[in-house]
Write a protein that binds this ligand. Structure first.
Ligand code: GCO
Length: 481
């Protein structure tokens, strides 16, 4: 077998987010956030559950860090709940009880040699910002995000060396403003009982404000904190892959458009100061423009890219051939048809939630980012296998997650080959440490290396937890030896 290609300072971690894990939704002065309000709205979450308790990480973080230590991880990716720190978004005082929770979490991690890898916003924002000015639809969000980011740098930056501004903004704005699967539940095409937006431009307006918010936070970090605190700052994008459905030029272009309308949408402006040309051509005046002042702000860029990869789809051209219905086909989505199969054959074996297993897609996504963005440092910030919860399963069936082990094996091999090929990937985070609240799917989808019994909140290791521990041990030993 080949020697481990991983550098000795490689980060092996697990990933989580505040709303999906913490619970304690009204504790210690936290304000309501958009997910609290959304998940309490009937009809939004399929099992009618919410994150009020979630996996109670807020109270059980010490136990959870013990379990992480047992896994031998050397990093933990989590997000900060903005509404815990600034209950009203910007106005009002910093909530010291919220600050103290993250101080205790960070200190306890560092005591075990586990590096905090911190997301500033993983979908949840103070509800007050939605109510006051419509959240990301307003340019005011930029100032408020920058203010919040600075509070975090100031309080935590002495110990946090890895920052990311946003998690998967590409999913966030599509789900929040196009198909109403996420708050603020707006849509540009009819979908369930969404609040119909005034135009199809909303996802692009929200994205524009997110990109400039990222830039504002990076600017503050660079000018006031980075020299002293010596950390790095980036953004996390969903990088699910698109294979052209045929060798035709039209279908190859369709897969490139699919990437432009998801991943490059955010990374191109941050790195090159402009939107992808395919987006400009197709969207015309729907796509906001960067003013010259904004272009200057964008020049701060980022230090690394975080990639979340789960699965791949096929992309079929919808410009030169007709697409009757399906995801991706409208002008604002990029004019390609997204399918999971070709002639009835799936691109990869689907897990029980229907996501095809296709590790080559991860390798290709890494290569795409490497080539397009000049081999910038990358972290694989999420990768994992989701299963539909079967309430009749025995504990033995829950914990014997052979499919998840195979998934992780396949994807770690894809990661190694990308690294051998020269990609500068510096860490891997399994999604997820524990089973948790899976957004609009509530508790019906499980991604954890640890099974969570939601009636007792007990955490029980699955086979994948012991696999991951062995995997980490093996690579750490090889890197040293
Ligand atoms: C994200 C993801 C996670 C999900 C995971 C499984 O945005 O980072 O949506 O929060 O839980 O991707 O779907």
């Amino acid at each position: 077998t080949l020697h481990s290609p991983l550098p000795s300072d490689f980060l092996f971690g697990t990933a989580s987010s505040s709303y999906q894990y913490e619970g304690a939704y009204l504790s210690d002065g936290k304000g309501l956030n958009n997910w609290d309000v959304f998940s309490h709205t009937p009809g939004k979450i399929i099992d009618a559950c919410n994150g009020d308790v979630a996996v109670d990480h807020y109270h059980r973080y010490l136990e959870d860090i013990e379990l992480m230590d047992a896994l031998k991880v050397n990093s933990y990716r989590f997000s900060i709940s903005w509404a815990r720190i600034l209950p009203k978004g910007r106005l009002g005082e910093v909530n010291l009880a919220g600050i103290n929770f993250y101080n205790r979490l960070i200190d306890a991690l560092l005591l075990k040699g586990i590096q905090p890898f911190v997301t500033l916003t993983h979908f949840d924002i103070p509800q007050e910002l939605e109510d006051r000015y419509g959240g990301w639809l307003s340019p005011q969000s930029q100032e408020d995000f920058a203010y919040y980011a600075e509070v975090c740098f100031k309080w935590f930056g002495d110990r946090v060396k890895y920052w990311t501004t946003f998690n998967e903004p590409n999913m966030q704005v599509s789900n929040g403003y196009r198909n109403a699967k996420f708050p603020p539940s707006r849509c540009s095409k009819p979908f369930g009982d969404c609040i119909e937006g005034d135009s199809e431009s909303e996802p692009f307006i929200a994205a524009h404000n997110v990109i400039l918010s990222h830039a504002a936070a990076v600017d503050i970090y660079r000018t006031k904190y980075q020299r002293e605190q010596k950390g790095i700052i980036g953004i996390v994008i969903n990088a699910n892959w698109y294979e052209p459905i045929s060798n035709s030029t039209a279908d190859k272009m369709a897969s490139e458009r699919a990437l432009s309308f998801s991943l490059n949408w955010f990374l191109d402006p941050i790195i090159f100061g402009k939107y992808p040309s395919e987006m400009e051509e197709i969207l015309g005046s729907i796509l906001p423009k960067f003013s010259s002042i904004e272009m200057v702000k964008l020049q701060k860029g980022l230090d690394f890219i975080g990639i979340n990869y789960y699965y791949a789809s096929y992309a079929k051209d919808c410009i030169f051939s007709t697409c009757k219905s399906g995801e991706g086909i409208t002008r604002t989505e990029g004019l390609y048809l997204k399918t999971k199969e070709k002639n009835g054959v799936p691109i990869g074996k689907p897990t029980s939630i229907g996501w095809p297993i296709y590790p080559q897609g991860m390798e290709k996504a890494i290569r795409h980012v490497k080539d397009r963005y000049n081999n910038i440092p990358m972290f694989l910030t999420e990768n994992g296998c989701g299963e539909t919860d079967n309430p009749n399963a025995t504990l033995e069936e829950y914990t014997n997650d052979v499919e998840r082990v195979q998934y992780m094996e396949g994807h770690s091999n894809a990661l190694f080959s990308a690294i051998r090929d020269g990609a500068d990937v510096r860490g891997y985070f399994a999604w997820s440490f524990l089973d948790n609240f899976e957004w609009e799917y509530g508790y019906t989808r499980r991604f954890g290396l640890y099974y969570v019994d939601y009636s007792t909140l007990k955490r029980i290791p699955k086979l994948s937890a012991s696999w991951y521990k062995q995997f980490i041990t093996k690579h750490k030993t090889e890197a040293l030896g």
